[in-house]
Design a protein around this ligand. Sequence first.
Ligand code: 16G
Length: 245
Amino acid sequence: MGRDGQRPTSGFKYERIADAIRHDMLDNLLPNDILPSERELADRFGVSRMTVRAAIATLVSQGRVYNIQGSGTYVGSKEVLTKSAALTSFTEDMVARGLRPSSRVICAQRVAATGMIAHRLAVETGAACTHVRRLRLADEDPMALENVYFPAEVLPLEGVRLAESLYDQLAESGNEAFRSEQEITATVLDDETAGLLDVPEGSAALVVTRVSSTRRGRIIEYARTYYRADRYSFMTTVERESGER
Ligand code: 16G
C-alpha cells in the first residue's frame, strides 16, 4: 500500500511494478540494503525480467535505488528532506544537511509587473521587477524549481550573482527576508517541469507560494516554487491559541 493507502490502478505494467517495489520493499529496507535479483523480482511479481528492468530504471531515475554493475541494485540513501517552519533559504536548507547547493539559471529578466505579480508585490501595474527562474540542486540532484519576482529596486539584475544565494545578496543590500506568508498546495508535474526536476511526467510535487518581507514590512519577493514530493516534506508546529478553550 502507498503512503496514501492507495495502489495506482492505471499506467504501464513496469510503473505498477516500480510502485509495488517502492511500497512493498523499499519502505521496509534501509539505505544501501541490496534488493532481490532481477530474476527473483520477476518471479515474485509474475512479470518478465524486462518489465523488472524498466521498473528498476524508473526507481533509479527517482533516486530510490542505485545499481552497481556486476553486483546488484541497492536502496538509495536519498532521504526526504523535512523543511521546518523557520524562514530559511534553499542554500541554508541544503548546507544544514551537508548537501552542496547549486543553481541552474533558466531565465533572469526585467519585466513589468502585471496582475497577480503586481498584487502580491504590492506595486503598481507596470512597475519594474526582476523575474528569476532557477532550478535548485543538492549535490547535483534537482530538488526544486523556483520562479521568483522581486521589485527591481530590491533586486536589480545588474551585479546580481544569480547562481548564488539571493537571500544572502538581499541581506547584504539591507533587505533581509524576515517574514514570509506561504501557502502549500499539491500538484502533478507537467512534462516540462518534470523534465527539469528529473522525475517522470505526472509525478507529485508541492507548490509553495511565498511572499516575503523585511523586518520593516517591505515586500521583497513573490515566489512560486515546485518541490519534488519524493524529496521534500514540510513540518509545522501548531498550538492551541490561549483562551480558545
Ligand atoms: C527558497 C524560498 C524562496 C527563496 C529562495 C532563496 C521557500 C518556499 N522558498 O527556495 O522564496 O527565493 O529560497 O534561496 O522556501 P537562496 O538564498 O539560496 O537563493
